[in-house]
Design a binder for this molecule. Structure first.
Ligand code: PLP
Length: 364
């Protein structure tokens, strides 16, 4: 495998791709993660031969052995990033090398082989090229889902000796149709997401599996999302099930919990910190307790709160519900700082705002 340019991908065209008129109808209202493109990228890894057989090929179900390690011990990691249609018709990715590096870090934590950065980037670029007709215009984008799982048929407990790396792609619409409404979040009392020494900083399916019962509880309480506290003291706010969290104070400064093993290092989180600092805002990466969040919001010191991640970009948090009593942020409908940061970020991603940080990687 060529370390600098990535491997050579064999191309197998789909024998019967989705017809253009059917695709056009699907792209009108794709929702999130329900519609998929014609192709996928795959690379195999075996202990004896390393990375091999890089392919762009028709998207289709896998045949995996019922004893495949992933089905028993959840040795699996993933990534999520988007390809955007630029105003000039081209297609670009946003900081994909960050996803490549995080994928390597996740692999290391899950005792899996590290995919070279060039192979990660090339797999995505070649898939976009094959399925470029599926990149929506307007508010939409093509969500890319790279993932890797242990395929070795073996029930013993140790890192597997065979893996599949795969990229699938899904055209998605604006996350919140009809405007960006503020979400309501539920404070999870009974469950935590990640403990010190655990897998909180790795993007692995297991973290999500463990968060679903808390997410279901949030929905039962009429909330959109769940917010987790730290596992050691059950006191400090960490993050939502799949998004990082920010506070906006009355002086315009921002605060977000620090990374350190239990929080997922979001690419959006990092971009927001950079953009806010460039605007002259103070940004504190310091932990804050749920009690402080509540007291400062009720005293009017916290003007806004928002969550951020690739899928929904920036989402205002309007209300927090908790067994011990909740509270409302500002007027409950989101605020100007989050909206301005969202607009700037989306503008950069779509090529409408100058990319002064070198974040946009043009693919086509
Ligand atoms: C992916 C993810 C995020 C957001 O990361 P981005 O790189 O901004 O998309 C936040 N929290 C969790 C738990 C995640 O899995």
């Amino acid at each position: 495998m060529n370390a600098e340019n990535g491997p050579f991908f064999t191309r197998r065209q789909h024998p019967s791709p989705v017809a253009a008129n059917v695709r056009a109808t699907l792209l009108e209202d794709p929702g999130f993660g329900r519609v998929f493109t014609d192709h996928m990228a795959t690379i195999r890894w075996t202990q004896d031969e390393g990375w091999r057989d890089a392919e762009i090929r028709p998207r289709e179900p896998f045949l995996i052995d019922p004893a495949a390690a992933v089905l028993h011990y959840a040795q699996e990691i993933f990534e999520g990033l988007k390809a955007y249609r630029l105003s000039d018709g081209g297609v670009a990715l946003f900081r994909p090398e960050q996803n490549a590096r995080r994928f390597q870090a996740s692999a290391e934590r899950l005792a899996m082989p590290a995919l070279p950065e060039a192979a990660f980037l090339k797999s995505i670029e070649e898939l976009i090229e094959a399925d470029v007709a599926w990149v929506p215009g307007g508010d939409g984008s093509l969500y890319l889902r790279p993932f890797m799982f242990a395929a070795e048929p073996f029930l013993g407990v140790r890192p597997a000796a065979e893996y599949w790396y795969v990229v699938i792609a899904s055209p998605v619409g604006a996350y919140f149709k009809g405007g960006k409404k503020a979400v309501t979040v539920w404070l999870s009392d009974d469950y935590t997401r990640a403990a010190p020494g655990g897998t909180g900083a790795a993007k692995c399916g297991g973290n999500y599996a463990a968060s679903l019962v808390a997410q279901a509880e949030a929905m039962k309480h009429g909330c959109d999302q769940v917010v987790f506290l730290d596992a050691a003291e059950r006191k400090y706010v960490e993050e939502l099930g799949g998004m990082n969290v920010f506070l906006v104070y009355e002086d315009g400064s921002l605060q977000t919990p620090p990374l350190g093993g239990t929080i997922l290092p979001g690419v959006t989180r990092d971009a927001i910190i950079t953009l806010a600092k460039a605007e002259g805002r103070a940004v504190r990466e310091e932990r804050f307790s749920f009690a402080q969040w509540k007291a400062d919001a009720e005293a009017g010191k916290i003007r806004e709160s928002f969550a951020c991640g690739t899928a929904a970009v920036v989402t205002p948090i309007g209300e927090i519900k908790a067994a011990e009593g909740g509270f409302v942020i500002g007027n409950g409908g989101g605020g100007a700082v989050a909206e301005a940061l969202r607009a700037k970020l989306v503008g950069i991603q779509r090529g409408d705002v100058p990319d002064t940080h070198g974040w946009v990687r043009r693919v086509l």
